[in-house]
Write a protein that binds this ligand. Structure first.
Ligand code: SF4
Ligand code: SF4
Length: 457
């Protein structure tokens, strides 16, 4: 059951949203530093180059990806799938052990919402109480000015972020080239910027915490991933209950919770953590800071709300390595191992040979049989590669092409003619292998079939 103040299936109406109290405290300061670091990385990465090439480029349109300066082509899709799998298993493992640390500390949705948009709101519209008042008051000049200023800044941030994202897709050099000469900007770029910034703006002005509590599938997964060994943001019921307002007698007979509701007031998703672990909790730690502050003021030890496992809360060990953690770690290690093998054995070229349509073979007067193919060589490097082709362990000759010159990051295609003496052919379909040679080194071998009329006795 959801314990949130907002019914989870309620329509998204801005007036029904919680206006959280400004968070402050040790955890909040740590999150600010983490945000500065991650946002810095996000902004700086498109400028980083390795050997004159982007450090990271994710061109989904042309299906060309550059990761750590290495180009990945559609032919390398399996590697990208591996990377995604590693990322997902890592997040799952992390969730099983540390709950929603990702949501609170690293997810772009939380970082932009709580550390950028919410902070601008506090700056322009004031604290939670002032924001509530502003929301209720009629459209005075002050309200119009504050709201307009806020939304203008939100729109500018959305446009800026969409440009940064575009730099990840087309590279910073390309983006700069477009800005230097706007007349050559393709229409698709304007559509992308308009669509991305509109969605971004809507997410952080209208959808907000619903992205975490209703839309995000990762949030929905928590029920399956979290168990009593998982470290979560939790309220220590044993210590806090029975709760009661602070009284002169020092709350004798009561628990440490003075029912000040500050933990609820700071919660960006509007939940009461004292009702237990809930799907809506994004582990932002605001309630920990708020409660620690209260405990400090009333002279009680901090940590009534803290990072702990349910097992830890009931007096056991905080972190226990159970079978699930071992299983996920093993899968992760295997995936990383397989990925490292694939990446180190990855070739600089990718050659494909397919039979030309139409004629199966040709019997020549000189006793040779010829077959026609289409050959395609993808050069995955940044440099021009010249390759020659040679039959492996098979008498015969590759008549054409003599050589193929493939510019960096491009594909060369040609017609390939192979002739093999008829006397050397023993069957209708002979498997043959072709060596692709560059700088006197075999860089790749490809297999195909050579067709001949009938098997010769
Ligand atoms: S319950 Fe606490 S940690 Fe969870 S979202 Fe609310 S304030 Fe953040
Ligand atoms: S902030 Fe702490 S003391 Fe106040 S209501 Fe929440 S749990 Fe109780």
């Amino acid at each position: 059951m959801s314990h949130t103040e907002i019914p989870i299936d309620s329509p998204i109406t801005r007036n029904s949203r919680p206006v959280p109290k400004k968070p402050a405290g040790k955890f909040h300061r740590a999150r600010v530093w983490v945000t500065v670091m991650l946002m810095g990385l996000f902004l700086v990465t498109p400028f980083i180059k390795i050997g004159g090439h982007p450090f990271l480029m994710l061109n989904f349109i042309e299906r060309k990806f550059i990761i750590l300066g290495q180009i990945f082509w559609p032919q390398d899709t399996h590697l990208l799938i591996f990377l995604l799998l590693i990322f997902f298993v890592f997040v799952i493992l992390f969730t099983v052990v540390f709950g929603r640390v990702w949501c609170g500390w690293a997810c772009p949705q939380t970082l932009f919402m709580e550390m950028v948009f919410r902070k601008i709101e506090y700056l322009i519209e004031g604290n939670a109480a002032q924001q509530k008042r502003l929301k209720q008051q009629p459209w005075t000049n002050e309200k119009i000015i504050r709201k307009t200023a806020k939304h203008c800044i939100f729109i500018l941030i959305s446009l800026f972020v969409s440009n940064v994202v575009l730099a990840y897709v087309v590279s910073m050099d390309q983006l700069m080239a477009w800005y230097a000469n706007p007349s050559v900007i393709p229409a698709g770029v304007f559509i992308f910027i308009f669509a991305f910034s509109s969605i971004f703006y809507l997410v952080f002005t209208v959808i907000r915490e619903y992205a975490c509590t209703v839309i995000c599938p990762y949030g929905r997964l928590q029920g399956v991933l979290i168990n009593k060994e998982t470290i979560v943001v939790a309220y220590d019921k044993n210590r806090g209950e029975p709760r009661g307002k602070l009284s002169r007698d020092g709350n004798s007979g009561l628990g440490d919770c003075v029912d000040c509701t500050l933990c609820v007031q700071v919660c960006p998703t509007g939940i009461d953590i004292r009702n237990g672990t809930q799907l809506e909790c994004v582990h932002c730690t605001a309630c920990i800071d708020a409660c620690d502050d209260v405990m400090l003021k009333i002279g009680k030890p901090k940590g009534l709300i803290r990072y702990d496992s349910l097992h830890g809360l009931s007096g056991g060990k905080k972190l226990r390595i159970d079978a699930r953690i071992i299983a996920y770690s093993t899968v992760l290690a295997l995936l990383v191992g397989a990925f490292l093998y694939l990446i180190t054995s990855r070739k600089n070229t990718e050659t494909t040979v397919v039979r030309a349509t139409g004629q199966l073979y040709q019997e020549l007067a000189n006793g040779q049989i010829s077959n026609l193919y289409n050959i395609q060589v993808v050069n995955k490097t940044y440099d021009t590669i010249t390759v020659t082709l040679q039959l492996k362990d098979q008498n015969g000759l590759i008549i054409r092409p003599e050589r193929l010159v493939i510019a960096g990051q491009s594909i060369a295609q040609d017609v390939m003619l192979i002739e093999i003496p008829a006397k050397d052919i023993k069957q209708m379909k002979t498997p043959i292998e072709i060596d692709v040679i560059s700088n006197d080194k075999v860089i790749e071998s490809v297999s195909t079939m050579f067709l001949a009329p009938v098997a010769k006795p």
